[in-house]
Design a protein around this ligand. Sequence first.
Ligand SMILES: [Zn+2]
Length: 88
Amino acid sequence: MKEYMIIQGLKIEVERIHYEAVKPMPPRPIVTLVCCCCGNLTEGRQWWNRDTGFGHCNACTERYDKDTKDGEKNDCFGFKGEHYYIKS
Ligand SMILES: [Zn+2]
């Protein structure tokens, strides 16, 4: 359905934003993933930028934490504590 506003005497077609569409998605379940670095099994949540079924294990996270910044890892592995390195 088209909606219009009158702005400074001009009739302008506007699009109403449907706020229901921007509600956050429910969190993905914690699943068993294969570490993309060492191949060990680990618990985590699938990250969109990682092949399906792969994650990042705690041992590799601790090793990589020493020489990378969180921002770099967010692209590759997701968010620490949410997608990998989950405390149980
Ligand atoms: Zn690993």
